[in-house]
Design a protein around this ligand. Structure first.
Ligand code: 5GP
Length: 223
């Protein structure tokens, strides 16, 4: 859907961007789905989080995360610079507010790879703008295999994360949409279908009341 479209009446309209939250226990394939979505949907931008977690090999500061120390994170919280923040797997993570607000104001959709705590906070802060999707691995065995194959985390971290999965999964029912990621392309298609439908919600097309005015001229006047 084009961001700005000329319509016959000459009205130019810009839809209201939405906040698409993808959450899942580790290893369900959420990061891969996010990357594919960003490649296919030019109007979607990723929210880059800040974290106190050390970078993994290959991760780039400012692309994967903004890697900060604890004092910087605390300062950002105190200055109200984070839209939401939470402690996840022993490290602090948060969403910088300004980039999100700017993207939404420009009519873009923002994609969030955040946990259930972050999803709850965003829902409380901006219920009308938030669309939540929970992604599940097809089985525990598949999840375990994906975590080990990733092999960037130590065995102890893998085991710790597996232990968290049981707790994370209990939050699935808080989400509007749930996708079991058995097939990457099918899951990406499902997220795109959600996005397409949510963009068409009436409240996300605020220009419509002006747009429909042009059709009123055809209403016959009562004599
Ligand atoms: P990882 O360390 O594997 O990149 O991410 C660990 C978990 O932290 C993932 O479940 C991810 O969704 C979550 N996470 C990443 N950034 C944020 C954030 O800004 N806020 C919240 N609440 N969770 C986040």
């Amino acid at each position: 859907m084009p961001l700005v479209s000329p319509v016959p009446s000459g009205v130019r309209f810009q839809r209201r961007g939405l906040m698409l939250v993808l959450s899942s226990p580790s290893g369900a394939g959420k990061t891969t789905i996010s990357r594919r979505l960003l490649a296919l949907e030019p109007e979607v931008v990723m929210s880059v989080s800040v974290t106190t977690r050390p970078p993994r090999p290959g991760e780039i500061d400012g692309v994967d995360y903004f890697f900060v120390d604890d004092a910087t994170f605390t300062r950002m919280v105190e200055h109200g610079e984070l839209l939401e923040h939470a402690l996840v797997y022993g490290h602090r993570y948060g969403t910088p507010r300004r980039a999100v607000e700017e993207a939404l104001a420009a009519g873009r959709d923002v994609l969030f790879d955040i946990d259930w705590q972050g999803a709850q906070q965003l829902r409380e802060a901006a219920a009308d703008d938030v669309v939540t999707v929970f992604i599940l691995a097809p089985s525990l065995a598949a999840l375990e295999e994906r975590l080990r194959r990733r092999a960037q985390d130590s065995e102890a971290v893998v085991r710790y994360r597996l232990a968290q999965v049981a707790a994370d999964v209990t939050h699935w029912a808080e989400y509007e949409y749930v996708i079991v990621n058995a097939d990457l392309e099918a899951s990406v298609a499902a997220v795109r279908a959600i996005l397409a439908a949510e963009r068409l919600k009436r409240r996300r097309q605020p220009y419509l009341s002006e747009f429909v005015q042009q059709f009123r001229v055809a209403i016959p006047q009562a004599k």
